[in-house]
Design a protein around this ligand. Structure first.
Ligand SMILES: Cc1cc2c(cc1C)[n+](S(=O)(=O)[O-])c1c(=O)[nH]c(=O)nc-1n2C[C@H](O)[C@H](O)[C@H](O)COP(=O)(O)O
Length: 504
């Protein structure tokens, strides 16, 4: 039975379909029969059954692009609109912790009090919903690589040159041949709406304001088209791709992205399975109850692994080098591998004619004790020169780096060591979670100001003037050197008990 054009379904009717045998939910005022979809839902059946016969919009929005339900359910399962005032309101209980969080958010520092990217992290930790903080900040296992990503930059020291005319400083550069106001791009990070209702659109808008490139994540909360529609006509965007076990779905995504003008396809290769991120796991997304799993023939997906596992069961662990020729057959977009962690794989990517690699360990969220991107960069520059006579930065084969970058000096060090550009993730998430698009604007402004000042101080008027001789990375690969404690970063990192905003 469904609603006719003029007759709307009543909340009472929907509420009768609240079992595994007949399961209807309401999302954005529309009723959907999800009975047959229950066991195919990547997030498992339990979370849907929790909202069977009810309005699931509030739970649905932070995790799914708006069009996820309409594209994944065949039209006959779209039962039509519900009469809004017949729907029983889902009672939202505001706990004392929630009240305290909202209070802190209300009284957080103003943007002009923010001086660096660490401030965003410290504030976001106090004002973000716990589940969002857990998902964004978490990293794999003991989070050693998370901290190493940042600490590695502290093992690189500058060798500045003086008495150079740095009246005018030009930060502009190119990435894959596309102009950027500075060699920084906003990297792909999933589930933007966990931190802010506008999700990834905050990044799209700020990227346009500051002329930097945004990499759109496969697992964005906003739909791909929504993100592209919100970009300025000439705004350059890349797509980060998790390859689906169903290659037809991947082909559709890739060819649609090319049609929409995406300028680079970044295939994520360090996540055949998403890492065990314990802060995220502690937030336990709904676990399938054993009787449900038994009924579904043991097909339940373990939900106790947090959001990461809940949204990633589609990723193909079978992806391998022989797939690259297939990718070349379905798209003309430049192909880049994101998550390369040794020179051998970078060399293989070069030999297979790709446009570059991102030397990255996924922000420490995958293999713990993976080396930092910056350390792998030095290894790749040395070996690709030795094996193929390449010099870097290189327009034909870009070495990009991400992970732990929190200062413009980190970016300058990467560029000096041969990187074309650097991706930044968490700081922008924290910035928009606490302040929306204005926060991301401010973060980019801080990076630009730091960049300009530090280029003057090392004696480099343009990006091309930043050369290897300007850094001493001789200690980079020895992980035992002690460097001055980075309190700002570690303060944010350490679990803070009863810290209040007044301490900023
Ligand atoms: C912080 C964060 C990073 C994610 C990310 C989500 C978050 C919250 N997600 S994840 O849910 O699957 O792990 C993605 C993702 O969708 N795809 C991807 O290629 N990298 C993903 N990354 C890794 C990201 O692209 C960068 O490699 C990493 O963020 C760089 O480190 P910083 O955060 O320290 O800048």
């Amino acid at each position: 039975m469904s609603a006719t054009e003029d007759r709307k379904l009543s909340g009472k009717e929907v509420a009768q379909h609240n079992t595994r045998e007949s399961c209807w939910i309401i999302v954005h005022g529309k009723v959907y029969d999800v009975t047959e979809f229950l066991d195919d839902h990547p997030g498992g059946s339990k979370i849907i059954l929790k909202y069977a016969g009810k309005d699931a919009t509030q739970e649905y929005d932070p995790i799914h692009p708006p069009d996820a339900i309409t594209t994944n359910l065949s039209p006959e399962k779209h039962l039509g609109p519900v009469e809004p005032d017949t729907v029983e309101k889902v009672e939202v209980v505001i706990t004392d912790e929630e009240k305290a969080r909202l209070e802190r958010a209300e009284h957080k520092p103003t943007l002009d009090e923010i001086l660096n990217l660490h401030d965003f992290e410290f504030i976001a930790k106090q004002v973000m919903p716990e589940k969002a903080w857990a998902y964004y900040s978490s990293a794999a296992d003991d989070e050693i690589t998370l901290r190493e990503n940042h600490a590695a930059y502290h093992r690189i020291w500058f060798r500045p040159r003086v008495l150079r005319d740095v009246t005018r400083v030009d930060l502009s550069s190119t990435i894959l041949g596309h102009k950027t106001s500075m060699p920084i791009y906003i990297t792909a990070t999933a589930l933007g709406k966990l931190g802010h209702p506008d999700g990834e659109l905050n990044l799209t808008r700020a990227a346009a304001n500051y002329n930097v490139i945004q990499m759109i994540p496969t697992l964005a909360s906003c739909s791909f088209d929504e993100i592209v529609d919100n970009a300025k006509p000439d705004q350059v965007q890349f797509l980060q791709l998790y390859v689906n076990k169903d290659r037809e779905i991947t082909k559709r995504i890739v060819q649609h992205a090319e049609k929409r003008g995406i300028k680079g396809l970044f295939i994520t290769v360090d996540a055949p399975q998403l890492g065990r991120r314990e802060k995220d796991m502690r937030m336990k997304f709904e676990a399938d109850d054993p009787s449900e799993v038994a009924k579904a023939g043991g097909k339940g997906v373990d939900r106790s692994q947090g959001a990461a596992r809940a949204i990633s069961s589609f990723i193909d662990p079978g992806l391998n080098w022989s797939d690259l020729s297939w990718f070349k057959s379905i798209t003309k977009m430049p192909l880049i591998l994101k998550g390369v962690q040794c020179w051998e794989d970078a060399l293989e990517a070069y030999d297979q004619g790709l446009a570059g690699v991102v030397l990255s360990n996924h922000g420490g969220r995958q293999l713990d004790f993976a080396r930092s991107g910056i350390e792998v960069l030095v290894e790749c520059v040395t070996k690709l020169k030795e094996k193929r006579g390449l010099t870097f930065p290189n327009d034909k084969f870009a070495l990009l780096v991400d992970g732990g970058v929190r200062r413009a000096t980190d970016v300058i060090k990467a560029v000096a060591l041969g990187a074309t550009a650097v991706g930044i993730g968490r700081p922008f998430l924290y910035a928009f979670s606490a302040y929306g698009v204005e926060g991301v604007n401010k973060a980019l402004e801080i990076l630009r100001d730091e960049f300009e000042m530090n280029m003057r101080l090392i004696g480099a008027p343009t990006i091309k003037d930043i050369v290897p001789e300007m850094v001493d990375a001789s200690n980079l690969s020895s992980h035992i050197v002690s460097v001055p404690e980075d309190n700002l970063y570690h303060t944010s990192y350490e679990v803070m008990h009863h810290a209040t905003l007044k301490e900023i």
